[in-house]
Design a protein around this ligand. Structure first.
Ligand code: ADP
Ligand code: MG
Length: 454
């Protein structure tokens, strides 16, 4: 049993700490589910309890089970004196307390288990607006009482750059920063999860991979749309998900689209989401965007007139990340030029950013992105076919070429297999008209635009 414990421990501490704190431990007795270990001193025992209680609990869970208990025996001397036994209550779920550290030693400093959280993403700097009210409230509730609320799993979806990652990381940071916290929090993007999974298969260490994830108390998994179509990864995630959920662990997920639009995701996985709460984040309204700018200015200790704040909030209206990007460049501009961020500077910056983003998008790139988005051939889009599967993408590509490049209608026609300019006008009009009624088309265009900007 102790060997099993050591195996789990070894994965979570440095080689140095392992040598110092775990090798000297002597497994003494196992009575039913009570494991008694011998440690060299009172100090040693306190240190273990203060720094490694989470890891020890994990190790016990793994080697004995949830009801496993740990007791310490302190070896007073080697001269046959009866060892003093110190019974240590191994706390139950949710009521685990880390004893106060009498030596005022910085705790947990050498535990390797890294939650992968970015400490800057917090509730305190997350601006609330009607766009995110429910998602934020649910996140706060989960942060305060992980696994206890009905929001398990909590699933937050919304477009890129609207604050999903910020919000779910704030949950993790809040939990980690609770005094005496002993919950293992883990943040992982679905991309990383997938590549870890693939590596685990390659290295024959799938079991380790699963054990690692099953040990977590709060699993935050970002951008799960990335798992779509990855059958094996999903299957593994499904097992981990079930295990965690059944053991009363909290799961938080994000996605760039609502679950029903996650094509390529297994139904049995999607139906699990209904156990908890699914909620969205919308584009922030003008006032919220202005508040976000001001919040950011305050952290950066920068200043800006209200007029400029409003101007920026109006110009960049659909993506908080872009808004922050513009703001950051302005802050840099103003430092370099030693000049206040005024409306001229702001206008100049916005104008050059727009030009830059458009310059980078060439007709070849548009054709490339559109054809791969619709999975058709470049030769077809430039060719004669009148098949609907090709005609619509062709019209979209022409429409976008007009929007993003300086090319004349005639030039656009030329690039699309020598069509004349009236065909191009017709294409642009068709897409313009359709766009207002056809939600699916809107989605396509939106996705293509995002890909173009990458
Ligand atoms: P997503 O994960 O949805 O793509 P992010 O969480 O990465 O978006 O957010 C993009 C940027 O915008 C981050 O720097 C984040 O801090 C910021 N942001 C988004 N929403 C808010 C908000 N409501 N308040 C403050 N900052 C925000
Ligand atoms: Mg994100």
């Amino acid at each position: 049993v102790w060997k099993d414990c050591l195996m789990v421990i070894r994965e979570h501490v440095t080689e140095q700490s392992f040598k110092t704190w775990f090798e000297p431990i002597i497994p003494y007795k196992l009575i039913n589910k009570r494991l008694i270990i011998q440690v060299p001193s009172q100090f040693f025992y306190e240190w273990l309890e203060n720094n490694y209680v989470k890891i020890l609990r994990k190790a016990l869970d793994y080697a004995i089970g949830k009801d496993g208990q740990l007791e310490y025996t302190i070896i007073i001397d080697s001269g046959g004196q009866k060892a003093a036994q110190k019974k240590v209550e191994t706390p139950k779920e949710d009521s685990r307390v880390i004893p106060k550290n009498p030596f005022e030693i910085k705790t947990s400093s050498d535990i390797i288990f890294d939650s992968q959280l970015n400490k800057n993403y917090r509730f305190e700097n997350y601006v609330e607006g009607s766009c995110n009210r429910l998602a934020r409230a649910a996140s706060v509730a989960v942060a305060q009482k992980p696994s206890v609320t009905a929001f398990n799993p909590l699933m937050i979806y919304g477009d890129v750059g609207l604050g999903k990652t910020h919000l779910v990381q704030a949950i993790g940071n809040y939990i980690e920063d609770q005094p005496g916290n002993n919950k293992l929090v883990l943040y992982v993007s679905s991309e990383k999860f997938t590549s870890q999974f693939i590596n685990a298969i390659r290295d024959n260490s799938l079991q380790d991979f699963m054990n690692f994830y099953m040990m977590v108390d709060v699993l935050i998994i970002d951008d799960i749309q990335f798992l779509a179509g990855k059958e094996k990864t999903q299957e593994t995630f499904f097992h981990i998900f079930n295990h965690l959920h059944q053991s009363g662990k909290q799961i938080v997920m994000t996605s760039d689209r609502p679950p029903r639009e996650l094509s390529g995701m297994e139904d049995r996985l999607l139906s699990r989401f209904k156990w908890g709460l699914t909620t969205d984040i919308q584009i922030p309204d003008l006032e919220t965007r202005m508040a976000i700018i001001q919040n950011k200015l305050a952290t950066e200790k920068a200043e800006m007139d209200m007029e400029v704040v409003e101007y920026l909030a109006n110009c960049v209206d659909s993506n908080v990340r872009e808004l922050e990007g513009v703001l950051n460049s302005l802050i840099v501009d103003s430092a370099l030029l030693q000049r206040k961020i005024d409306i001229e500077l702001a206008k100049y910056r916005i104008k050059s950013l727009v030009e830059e983003s458009q310059k980078a998008i060439s007709i070849d790139k548009i054709i490339d992105v559109v054809t791969s988005h619709f999975n058709i051939k470049v030769a077809d889009i430039k060719g004669k076919t009148r098949l609907r599967e090709v005609v619509l993408p062709r019209q979209i590509a022409m429409f976008l070429t007009k929007e993003y490049t300086e090319l004349s209608l005639k030039a656009i026609g030329y690039h699309f297999g020598g069509r004349d300019h009236s065909t191009v006008i017709h294409a642009i009009q068709t897409i313009n008209d359709l766009q207002n009624q056809d939600r699916e088309l809107q989605m396509h265009i939106k996705e293509i635009k995002e890909k173009l900007k990458k």
